[in-house]
Design a protein around this ligand. Structure first.
Ligand code: HEC
Length: 109
């Protein structure tokens, strides 16, 4: 019975390991799925700043993840120019996905 339970959990365990093994890929999928890529690219400025430039700007800033979370969630302008970013409500990107996306952006270099 115990063995059966363990075997049952194996696919779940495997899925978790895959997620841990490739966080970068997973977060890149998130920004594609949430359509952030319509305005952002990793290396080049488009409508919004390049993600690498965002990472450079907030390097070492402990408050950046929380600030950027609010910024992407509610939208706004002023940090990179006058073009505003649209709000991204929870039905477009979940809290977890948004946190993961921001962590991925800030880790780029
Ligand atoms: C409609 C175009 C558009 C979309 C879609 C968009 N962005 Fe932006 N983004 C912008 C613009 C424009 C700025 C610059 C805002 C400013 O000057 O403060 C920006 C800024 C940012 C910044 C830096 C914010 C700051 O204050 O320094 C982050 C991080 C970011 N976007 C992440 C995302 C993520 C994650 C998504 C997807 C969920 C996304 N963006 C979708 C246009 C967009």
């Amino acid at each position: 019975m115990k063995l059966k339970t363990t075997l049952h959990l194996l696919p779940l365990l495997a899925a978790t390991l895959v997620t841990i093994a490739s966080p970068a890929k997973a977060s890149e999928e998130i920004v594609k799925k949430a359509r952030c890529v319509a305005c952002h690219a990793v290396d080049t400025k488009r409508v919004g700043p390049a993600y690498k430039d965002v990472a450079a700007k907030y390097k070492g800033d402990a408050k950046a993840p929380a600030m950027l979370f609010e910024k992407v969630r509610h939208g706004g302008s002023g940090n990179w120019g006058t073009v505003p970013m649209l709000p991204h409500p929870a039905d477009k990107i979940s809290d977890d996905d948004l946190k993961a996306a921001i962590a991925w952006i800030l880790a780029l270099h």
